[in-house]
Design a protein around this ligand. Structure first.
Ligand SMILES: Nc1ncnc2c1ncn2[C@@H]1O[C@H](COP(=O)(O)OP(=O)(O)O)[C@@H](O)[C@H]1O
Ligand SMILES: [Mg+2]
Length: 245
């Protein structure tokens, strides 16, 4: 089995933030780069929300790092129930002020409030947060169908998040993962990009497309979703159709 290491940019040592997803840190040179924004890209059902929740849950329960989830497509009760079914008890973490859910579904629905830079990120909920998730950016910028308009909207959000100094995961819904897909502005603007894919044979594949300033393993690796969330098989290879980029 070969292990291909891709070097991206100068090797500046940066502190790493543990992902909390079994197997993933091995691909990321130890974890997500601290204080940076990483985009989780994938079609619906690939496990983006679960991955982000594991990231927050691990930080709050194991790492003593407060997490904030900015939810744009599902109301809090549904999120809490879905994650509870996967063994993540956010209600208890919330009581201890180690977790906060920011319901931003209204921001998405009410046009006058849709100014992207005014999402509640940066507000009091962020408090002492160290980990932030915005799920999903597509729900926020769906009003901008063309890329020229979408880019400043995404940049706006990225700048707000960067100013907080927290380590952020942003999710983005991919309409298609074909080879001819159009790169979204958030892929250029985020420091890291992880692509989740469902292959035709039902297998799942996770690939680190970029992680600025980090040595990463960019080979597509298999992952599964089980009763306790995602697990990545960091040393295995993806077999089957369209496993490539
Ligand atoms: N207990 C479980 N066992 C196996 N798969 C599960 C379980 N719970 C959820 N899933 C799978 O997780 C996926 C949904 O994950 P989610 O994070 O909501 O996706 P996304 O946010 O990318 O749309 C679905 O494919 C579903 O089948
Ligand atoms: Mg989701």
């Amino acid at each position: 089995m070969s292990t291909q290491i891709e070097k991206v940019g100068p090797q500046i040592p940066s502190s790493r933030v543990k992902s909390g997803i079994p197997g993933l840190d091995a691909l990321l040179d130890g974890g997500f780069p601290a204080g940076k924004i990483v985009l989780i890209l994938g079609e619906p059902g690939t496990g983006k929300t679960i991955l982000c929740s594991q990231y927050l849950h691990w930080g709050a329960s194991q790492g003593d790092e407060k997490g904030v989830y900015v939810g744009l497509n599902e109301p809090k009760p549904r999120f809490m129930a879905e994650m509870s079914a996967l063994g993540m008890d956010f209600a208890n973490l919330e009581k201890d002020d180690r977790f906060a859910y920011v319901d931003a579904t209204e921001v998405r629905r009410i046009p006058e409030q849709a100014k992207v830079g005014r999402i509640p990120v940066g507000g009091r909920e962020l408090g002492l947060a160290r980990r932030v998730v915005v799920d999903s950016i597509s729900d926020l910028v769906f009003r901008f169908p063309n890329i020229e308009e979408r880019r400043p909207a995404v940049l706006d959000i990225v700048e707000v998040l960067q100013s907080t100094g927290t380590t952020c995961l942003l999710t983005s819904e991919l309409p298609s993962t074909g080879v001819d897909r159009i790169l979204q502005p958030e892929e250029y603007l985020a420091e890291g990009v992880i692509l989740l894919r469902m292959l035709k044979d039902g297998a799942r594949s996770l690939q680190v497309l970029k992680m600025r300033g980090s040595k990463v393993d960019s080979i597509p690796r298999p992952y599964v979703i089980k009763d306790n969330g995602l697990e990545v098989y960091a040393t295995e290879e993806v077999y089957g159709q369209s496993a490539g980029k």
